[in-house]
Design a protein around this ligand. Structure first.
Ligand code: C5P
Length: 400
């Protein structure tokens, strides 16, 4: 909550030109009541629905409504830099498209491109517009870049029809902001790199070698890191999961692509968590087109993939912390202990897989092995809770 700091956290509220713009008045007033400082920015179309004066009185701050206004004393860069969170409510299809494509021709899009804080947007529009592939694709682009979407609700729309498109309730929007800012401090200023999911190694144009990893643990870790205030980079193999809010996602398919993405980011990561189930082998060559059926035995030649975790550990600086995973089908602790030493990680998360355990499940039972020899067995927990416990331990290591 905004009241926990001596200086209140500042929320930047962007209002765009939807009939729901009047609800932004209630949102700003609610955020102020929750103890946040608020600065409001309006697009020219929003000005047709609401006046800057209302927001100026409610927020107690100058409203940013003209890009080139001479009277504006602070620049958009300064306004964006102050914000702990940028909320755009209501967000029109026009704003969503411009934000997805980097167009900055009004106060709200200009602030969006200048901001470096979590961004929450609450779309509001006619249902047909909301469901249009252009809008959905733009929303997906924004989500992939870490923007948090507060989905519109079903209900009566301004045009008289009913459907999904009505701005989410003021309470839901405010509670999303509060939840995001509540725990945001313990990893503030840190960059966390997480790998997740399986890799797919192509055999031919339509077949691949992979494993049953669902990516749930890696995604839960990325979400938890974001909740604790970190800048999060998630490198994900193919999964069916929604990108976690607030997280930058790089999608990869193969182990080699994952290695490259990791090397690009690792040097600036304070904490690296390798939760991906990287395929240990890949076919030596990919067959062109579809490998034809033959009644004879065929031999698939495999070559070992690089061990990304080992490579990163060998480049690790003293200030960097690395967490590895060990998914084993037997002799869990013995195998995990070997991995902890071979891969030179600070913390190894070991779990049994196969036979309905680990991969693809919502719950997991893991044991944490530390580089100083300690072991800590956790009970069977939802993967989100496992992620919390892992970060509690990471924070303990960092504080020592
Ligand atoms: O050797 P094993 O695959 O069991 O090691 C598991 C750990 O190593 C995981 O943290 C996994 O993400 C990582 N790994 C890797 N590159 C590989 C294989 C595994 O980074 N090629």
């Amino acid at each position: 909550m905004g009241t926990t700091c001596s200086t209140p956290q500042e929320i930047l509220v962007g209002v765009t030109g939807s009939i729901a713009a009047y609800k932004a008045i209630e949102i700003v007033s609610g955020l102020k009541k929750s103890g946040f400082a608020v600065t409001v920015a309006l697009t020219p179309s929003a000005l047709k629905f609401v006046t800057p004066l209302t927001f100026e009185i409610l927020s107690g701050k100058e409203v940013y409504s003209e890009v080139f206004a001479e009277k504006t004393k602070v620049s958009h860069i300064e306004i964006a830099a102050r914000a702990s969170l940028f909320l755009v409510a209501p967000a029109t299809a026009n704003f969503i498209a411009k934000a997805a494509h980097g167009i900055a021709d009004d106060p709200v899009t200009l602030l969006y491109l200048s901001s470096n804080c979590p961004v929450v947007i609450a779309p509001a529009m006619n249902e047909r517009m909301f469901n249009h592939p252009a809008v959905q694709e733009n929303l997906e682009t924004l989500m992939r870049r870490g923007v948090i979407i507060v989905s519109p609700e079903e209900g009566r729309l301004a045009c008289g029809s009913t459907g999904k498109g009505r701005l989410a309730s003021v309470e839901k929007i405010i509670s999303t902001v509060e939840k995001l800012l509540k725990k945001r401090s313990t990893l503030k200023g840190k960059t966390v790199l997480v790998t997740a999911g399986p890799t797919q190694e192509k055999i031919d144009e339509i077949r691949y070698i992979s494993n049953y990893s669902s990516g749930k643990t890696g995604y839960a870790l990325a979400a938890e890191a974001f909740k604790r205030g970190a800048q999060v980079e998630l490198i994900s193999g193919p999964t069916n999961l929604e990108p976690p809010p607030g997280v930058n996602v790089t999608y990869v398919k193969t182990a080699l692509e994952m290695r490259k993405a990791c090397l690009d980011i690792f040097f600036r990561a304070d904490i690296t968590i390798m939760a991906a189930a990287v395929a240990d082998y890949r076919p030596v060559k990919k067959f062109d087109g579809k490998l034809k059926k033959s009644h004879n035995l065929i031999t698939l030649e495999l070559v070992e993939n690089p061990d990304i975790l080992k490579e990163l550990s060998s480049k690790k600086k003293k200030t960097q912390l690395i967490v590895g995973f060990a998914a084993e089908t037997s002799n869990l602790l013995e195998n995990a202990q070997v991995k902890l030493q071979e891969k030179k990680v600070d913390l190894l998360v070991a779990n049994l897989v196969g036979d309905g355990k680990g991969f693809g499940q919502d719950f997991n039972q893991v044991t944490l092995l530390f580089s100083d020899g300690r072991k800590h067995k956790l009970p069977l927990l939802p993967k989100e809770k496992v992620a919390e416990k892992i970060f509690d331990q990471i924070e303990k290591i960092l504080s020592n």
